[in-house]
Design a protein around this ligand. Structure first.
Ligand SMILES: Nc1ncnc2c1ncn2[C@@H]1O[C@H](COP(=O)(O)OP(=O)(O)OP(=O)(O)O)[C@@H](O)[C@H]1O
Ligand SMILES: [Mg+2]
Length: 413
């Protein structure tokens, strides 16, 4: 700060003190205001907002300590230097306790000592103000940063939500499209059956129904009813898959379970499916992995993978082999799933997680199995999944899920 322009307020009931201070500092380029007692001092203080105050202690009426208390209250960054008689030591100490910045005893023998104190305290005040400004700026920058972070988080959440809604919309549209065909076939078949039945019963009522006509009718009934049944079953399957996706997966409880034992149980339940064909499944998994996760979800994932290997991978394979390898990491568990089936091209493998992608539509495949697996791994288990395959070389799935140990379960939701 440029001291030469600073405003000094001297509060003293002795006019000669005020005068000598004024003369001395005005000569050095300061602006000096005077007040002759405590309450006058406060008035002038409010009016001119001085940069520094020199204040006597013993004054009639309001004394210096009260003035000091009020000033430090109203403006803690304005330095107050006590100028008091040498006999007022205890008051001076009290003044320092109340927030006086410095003191000087009267009579002031050497004005340069006071000048030095004034310069020093003005500098200190300037430094404190600067620091305060810096702190405020920092605080502002900080809160702005916090705000931007909040905005980013909100935007991200909205994006995720929008993405979810879009995915759901796509799913609903896809389902409607998929269900349309079997339901349409069902309606056509049933109405044809209805009209044929009416025709036959009319003939029957008139007693004109020939045996050959009745046999032809039976033939139509057999064909149409099985076609209707097949198509309704397909629609039913689609709806079941849809429900499976739409179900709120958080309703399933997380719990601690032994990974190896649990996977063995899953494989056992799938046994009827592969024992009759010469296929085999081999599991390599440490005995002692206890994990806090969703067992039901894991079961759904493995079941889908295994059924796919049987249905797609092993169509023309004599002895199908599936290997499931569990690798324990520090914070994650990797599940490597491999079959030695017919595999698929890279282009097909890139679409495997797309909803409704299937090469088995004619056999009743919906193409939702792997997309459900993808959602279960990434959304419910918060993991990752990737697929690699080549024609004739089988398929490999790499699934990585967080490894939450039993003792960590309370830390992680
Ligand atoms: N192990 C595998 N080997 C070869 N191809 C596979 C394998 N697993 C999946 N596929 C291919 O990926 C496609 C998609 O699989 P997905 O499970 O999503 O559908 P789907 O089995 O055809 O029908 P859904 O499971 O809904 O009844 C399959 O149609 C098949 O072409
Ligand atoms: Mg499938």
């Amino acid at each position: 700060m440029e001291n030469a322009k600073a405003k000094i307020l001297i509060i003293d009931d002795e006019s000669y003190i005020r005068e000598s201070v004024r003369n001395f500092f005005e000569d050095r380029g300061y602006y000096v205001a005077e007040a002759y007692n405590g309450s006058n001092g406060l008035e002038v203080f409010e009016k001119i907002k001085p940069d520094i105050v020199l204040c006597d202690l013993r004054m009639p009426g309001m004394d210096g300590l009260e003035v000091l208390g009020t000033i430090t209250d109203r403006s803690p960054v304005t330095p107050v230097i006590i100028v008091s008689g040498a006999g007022n030591i205890s008051d001076t100490v009290e003044a320092l306790r109340l927030g006086a910045w410095d003191y000087i005893f009267k009579p002031i023998e050497d004005m340069t000592v006071l000048a030095h104190a004034v310069t020093k305290e003005l500098e200190r005040a300037a430094f404190i103000k600067e620091k305060e400004l810096y702190r405020k700026n920092l605080e502002r920058a900080n809160s702005e940063l916090k705000e931007s972070l909040e905005t980013i988080k909100r935007t991200r959440d909205q994006l995720v939500q929008a993405e979810k809604m879009a995915a759901l919309g796509e799913l609903v549209a896809g389902i409607a499209h998929e269900i349309n065909t079997p339901v349409g076939i069902g309606i056509t078949g049933a109405s044809f059956l209805q009209s044929k039945t009416l025709e036959i019963s009319r003939l029957h009522n008139k007693g004109k129904l020939k045996k050959s006509e009745f046999e032809a009718y039976l033939d139509i009934v057999a064909k149409l009813s099985s076609s209707i049944l097949m198509n309704m079953e397909r629609a039913g399957n689609l709806i079941t898959s849809f429900k499976q996706i739409a179900v709120d997966r958080t309703t399933e409880e997380k719990r601690v379970f032994n990974l190896r034992e649990y996977i063995e149980d899953i494989l056992l339940s799938l046994r009827p499916g592969y024992k009759k064909n010469n296929h085999s499944i081999k599991l390599i998994c440490p005995n002692d992995i206890s994990i806090y996760s969703y067992p039901g979800v894991l079961s759904q994932i493995i079941t889908n993978l295994v059924i796919n290997s049987f249905e797609h991978g092993f169509v023309s394979v004599e002895k199908g082999k599936i290997n499931i390898n569990i690798i324990r990491g520090r914070n994650s568990i990797t599940l490597l799933y491999r079959d030695n089936g017919v595999g698929m091209t890279k282009e097909m493998a890139a679409k495997i997680f797309d909803p409704f992608y299937t090469t088995a539509r004619c056999r009743g495949g919906t193409g939702l199995g792997m997309s459900i697996v993808f959602n279960l791994v990434t959304q419910t288990l918060k993991g990752t999944i990737s697929c690699k395959s080549d024609p004739g070389k089988g398929i490999v799935f790499n699934i990585k899920i967080p490894y939450v140990r039993p003792d960590e379960k309370n830390m992680k939701k």
